[in-house]
Design a protein around this ligand. Structure first.
Ligand code: NDP
Length: 329
């Protein structure tokens, strides 16, 4: 068994030195447990937060503890009545090639819905984040303008497509021409803005002639400062992520747009996808239906080889990934 552990905590951008690759003998399952062979592992921005030793919603990784989060694998040995050898399961055993898992904490992957790795993407945590953040907090109405930042990523591209399904006009912001081309040509986004190459204020004003009714914020920082200027009366802002701030070492100045939120009577609401756990069962079949009828598409950025997992993770902060970042073990 190979696994990545946290070797040290980063200051700013994480590096390979923060990771250690360990090789150990694989354990055997006891009663109630299953042994799994990892097929895909998930690489997510929230893992950066867990590398810090600070109190947050997800507890910090321990030094020497296994890194990572969600994975999909095949059961190689079962001592739990719900599983048999060959079943495909997902769970939180992290970045290891093999694991022994409490069967009660794993979930069978419904292989009839879509390829198994979508359990980590469009039909898993990122997809559910898009679905509930947009529909529960954003509540887009037909003809409204929805802006999404981080639009070429796992959550963002699903947000934009669900907003289109609801009849909204959708504007995506990303930092790459390739991503923006995909969003407009393949996914039908109405306008796209590149925050790295364009002047944000001008490009956004041109992309949103009727202002912004919903802003799904994945990135924070200067991108969000610019979008906030355009909020319409009664705008809704699902606050999903702030990736532009995850590696800063000095605190940024606080938000200066609070007067704007007041006069535009806007709602800004942070949320965590886990809050909606009781309702995952309504979202997954609906999204699987949209996938089947072609109204929802997804992209994955798959890095091959377990040992490349840290590099796949670093790529999230330089924007290497078009769509959900995964590692195929
Ligand atoms: P993505 O697939 O979107 O990958 C991250 C992307 O963020 C990169 O590809 C990059 O794209 C962009 N990015 C990186 N650095 C910056 C920066 N400084 N400024 C602007 N954009 C940047 O990740 P996810 O879809 O998994 O997650 C998106 C966001 O949602 C994250 O902030 C994450 O923490 C949050 N999240 C929140 C959840 C919740 O429950 N609230 C659950 C899941 C995710 P580009 O090329 O455009 O720069």
């Amino acid at each position: 068994n190979k696994r990545f552990v946290l070797a040290s905590r980063p200051n700013g951008m994480p590096t390979r030195e923060n990771f250690e690759l360990k090789t150990e003998e694989a354990a055997r399952p006891e009663d109630g447990e299953i042994a799994v062979e990892t097929l895909y592992l998930s690489v997510d921005p929230y893992m950066r937060g867990r590398m810090n030793d600070s109190k947050s919603y997800a507890k910090p990784y321990e030094i020497g503890g296994t890194f990572g989060g969600g994975s999909v694998g095949r059961v190689t040995e079962s001592r739990h009545s719900s599983y048999k050898e060959g079943d495909i399961v997902q769970g939180g055993w992290g970045w290891q090639t093999h694991a022994v898992v409490n069967g009660d904490l794993a979930v069978k992957v419904d292989e009839s819905l879509a390829p198994i790795q979508t359990a980590l993407g469009v039909l898993g945590m990122p997809g559910l984040t898009a679905y509930f953040g947009l529909l529960d907090i954003g509540q887009p109405k037909e003809g409204e303008t929805v802006v999404v930042s981080g639009a070429g990523g796992a959550v963002g591209m699903i947000v934009g497509q669900i907003a289109k399904i609801k009849g909204a006009r959708v504007v995506g912001i990303s930092g790459s021409e390739e991503k923006n081309r995909y969003l407009s040509e393949e996914l039908g986004f109405d306008a796209v803005v590149n925050y790295k190459t364009e002047s944000l204020d001008e490009a956004l004003a041109a992309a949103c002639p009727d202002g912004v009714d919903v802003y799904f914020d994945n990135v924070g920082g200067e991108v969000s400062d610019a979008v906030f200027q355009l909020l319409n009366a009664n705008a809704r802002v699902p606050l999903c992520g702030q990736i532009s701030l995850y590696n800063v070492t000095e605190p940024e100045p606080g938000p200066r747009f609070l007067p704007l939120l007041l006069t535009r009577t806007a709602l800004v609401k942070g949320f965590l996808v886990g809050q909606y756990q009781d309702r995952y069962g309504e979202a997954i079949p609906e999204m699987a239906g949209w996938l089947k009828d072609g109204r929802l598409k997804y992209r994955e950025n798959i890095v091959e080889g377990f040992e490349q997992s840290p590099e796949a993770f670093f790529g999230l902060f330089s924007g290497e990934n078009l769509g959900k970042q995964l590692v195929k073990v």
